[in-house]
Ligand binder design. Structure first.
Ligand code: TRP
Length: 332
């Protein structure tokens, strides 16, 4: 048994690859916290179905989940320290979600901003599912099963965590103190968590403006070549505006020399292609350890790690479920 406080987090396996924004906004924090805490990293595959079950093209969730777990490991989550598991391998998540559903008001779920937004995107013959409404209940179950000290997530998840605490309080009030409160562990470094896409919009697969953790060094170089820079800087001697240039924003994060690079850009003393070249070098160096770890593992290794992770998760989840069933007088 580990004496370290436990933490848990998760990401949905909506697609088959994580991007640099996912890493800087959340995953990097997980990697940093795993020495200090007993970390549980979950691939939320059931959560994919809250928006995908009714989609035109149903994603290959099994393949995606394996790929996302591989991204976790490549990013530096060490399976020798942290449990990496798939939500659907731990059926206790479904049981607790069902039971927590008995203490959550429908009104609270209907007014949840994420639900309203997702429900408003549903068009045509598609349905607003009970599963989508229950998204935060399943997330609350994911968290509360592990009685974590904290939950490291990106800033966007703060409202969901608040709702999870709400659900825990309602349960405790009705059935006795089963679930301790937990903290949000949100990275404080805004410049990292707000890493823009290569076109300066939010980094998102749908905008095709991402650098993926699984991209090769050549792919990364190619993507950087196409990145958005100051549109009025045509000749090398034209002044740049680093604040609005994607390449300069990335240099600020990844290049120790960024202040000089920015000054030269502003003064028209350097061309955008030089900045792109220098960014390619520093970013590929930054991503090198991830690529090395990725090259060292097979899909079969990842599957073994997930099985092992699920065993560890079920040990904790099983204990909590026993308490929950007792508290609800389902068992003696
Ligand atoms: N909702 C989270 C996201 O979209 C994923 C998630 C599911 C999660 N269950 C969780 C995050 C439990 C933290 C804890 O990224």
């Amino acid at each position: 048994m580990s004496a370290k406080p436990r933490i848990l987090s998760g990401m949905r396996s909506t697609n088959d690859r994580l991007h640099l924004g996912n890493y800087e906004g959340a995953l990097r924090n997980w990697v940093e916290l795993q020495d200090q805490y007993d970390m549980f990293c979950m691939v939320a595959d059931w959560h994919v179905l809250t928006t995908a079950a009714d989609a035109e093209v149903h994603p290959d969730i099994a393949a995606n989940s394996l790929a996302i777990a591989k991204d976790f490991i490549a990013a530096g989550i060490d399976p020798a320290k942290s449990a990496i598991f798939r939500q659907s391998d731990v059926p206790e998540h479904a049981e607790l979600a069902l039971l927590l559903g008995m203490v959550v008001g429908v009104g609270k779920l209907e007014t949840n901003p994420t639900f309203k937004e997702k429900a408003s995107e549903v068009t045509g013959d598609h349905i607003v599912s009970y599963g989508l409404l229950g998204y935060p209940v399943l997330q609350a179950a994911d968290i509360l099963l592990y009685k974590p000290f904290g939950v490291p997530v990106g800033k966007d998840q703060a409202p969901h965590l608040e709702l999870s605490r709400d659900i825990a309080r309602s349960f405790n009030h009705l059935f006795g103190e089963v679930f301790p409160m937990f903290k949000d562990l949100i990275p404080s470094d805004e410049s990292r968590s707000k890493l823009p896409g290569l076109d300066m919009r939010k980094m998102s697969k749908s905008y095709d403006n991402c650098i993926y953790l699984s991209d090769s060094a050549e792919e990364t170089a190619k993507r950087i070549k196409q990145a958005y820079t100051t549109p009025t800087k045509i000749a090398k001697t034209d002044p740049g505006i680093p604040e609005g240039c994607a390449v300069c924003q990335y240099l600020k994060l990844y290049s120790p020399d960024w202040e000089r690079q920015w000054a030269e850009d502003r003064a028209g003393e350097r061309g955008c292609s030089q900045s792109k070249q220098e960014l390619t070098e520093v970013l590929n160096e930054y991503l090198r350890p991830m690529r090395e770890r990725r090259a060292g593992i097979t899909d079969a290794d990842v599957e073994d790690i997930l099985q092992e992770g699920a065993k560890r998760a079920r040990l904790v989840a099983g204990e909590t479920m026993y308490e929950v069933r007792k508290a609800m007088k389902l068992i003696k």
